[in-house]
Design a protein around this ligand. Structure first.
Ligand SMILES: [Zn+2]
Length: 309
């Protein structure tokens, strides 16, 4: 396999992480800085460009010196692959920023931008448990719920660039108020916020998702109830996706996917309960094998390494 390398950048609400990523999934020169330390987007972009240039200098002194950089892949919330823009990301007062074109102009390298659920899915396809799987859905269960869809080997983005918002399918009529303003969406049941709302209902007091995980390990019956109800809400949501897409795999990732060791098995159980009979048992549920710290950078670089291999 000919060595190839790309720069992967994950723009999170708290930290921006970047690194050189090789086509065998190795990270080199990884670094990060606070996304919110800058008064506006131009100042942030200046810092990001500086960090990229330092990474390029580092590469010249490394074993990758003779391998040209294929491009820069960027993953971010509310990012649109079609136009290269990030629109009003949560936690950041940027408005709409044309980051892909501005980074191209600043670095002279080709840049691809996509939303972070899509880059996570592409990362799974290239380096993770979805390697070789044509039809799968990556579901990130963090402070929100994001989905990235591969159908027939292709990531689904749609003409308007917003396909794959599986976190906002309705699982409960007139249910809990979702962060988006809608009601009863999967996100407000299967995210860490959702877990805490379910815990409040079951314990009658505030219990964090982390505490639920710890109580579960000790065999606490109420914590088990919270975990199983969360798995049921998610299994219900996945059954809707399964009926539409007939994927062979759901990859679950993010903090909530780690809430219990058997969370994937519980989700599988509930998915099979709710799934359309003809496709029941066809979709497996697996927890991501990708490291949570580095996975987002790997996925961002996979945008380049996947599309130009
Ligand atoms: Zn919603």
């Amino acid at each position: 396999m000919k060595a190839r390398v790309a720069i992967g950048i994950d723009i999170g609400g708290t930290n921006t992480k970047l690194a050189l990523v090789t086509n065998d999934g190795m990270l080199r020169g990884a670094r990060s800085f606070k996304t919110q330390d800058y008064p506006d987007f131009p100042h942030y972009l200046a810092e990001l460009t500086k960090q990229i240039n330092e990474l390029i200098e580092f590469k010249k002194t490394s074993s990758l010196a003779d391998t040209p950089i294929a491009g820069i892949g960027v993953g971010a919330p509310n990012a649109n692959w079609n136009n290269g823009c990030i629109v009003s990301p949560v936690n950041l007062k940027w408005g709409k920023v044309d980051i892909a074109h501005q980074l191209e102009a600043a670095t002279g390298l080709p840049v691809e931008l996509d939303n972070d659920a899509n880059t996570a899915a592409i990362g799974e396809a290239l380096f993770g448990v979805a390697k070789g799987v044509r039809d799968f859905v990556l579901v990130t269960l963090g402070t929100g719920v994001g989905t990235g869809i591969f159908a027939e080997g292709i990531i689904i983005r749609s003409e308007n660039g917003k396909a794959g918002e599986g976190g906002h399918i309705v699982v409960q009529k007139d249910g809990r108020l979702c962060g988006c303003g809608g009601k009863g969406h999967l996100e407000i049941y299967a995210s860490s916020t959702g877990v805490e709302m379910t815990a409040q209902e079951i314990f009658g007091k505030k219990v964090t998702a982390k505490e639920i995980s710890e109580l579960y390990k000790k065999g606490d019956a109420l914590a088990e109830k919270v975990v199983d109800q969360t798995a049921e809400w998610l299994g219900l949501g996945l059954s809707t996706m399964a009926a539409v897409l007939n994927p062979s795999l759901f990859v679950i990732a993010g903090g909530v996917s780690q809430i219990s060791e058997d969370f994937d098995k519980r989700v599988q159980h509930w998915l099979d309960q709710y799934a359309f009979k003809a496709i029941r048992h066809e979709a497996r549920v697996k927890t991501t094998s990708t490291n949570q710290e580095t996975g987002s950078v790997l996925g961002a670089a996979a945008l380049i390494l996947h599309s130009k291999s």
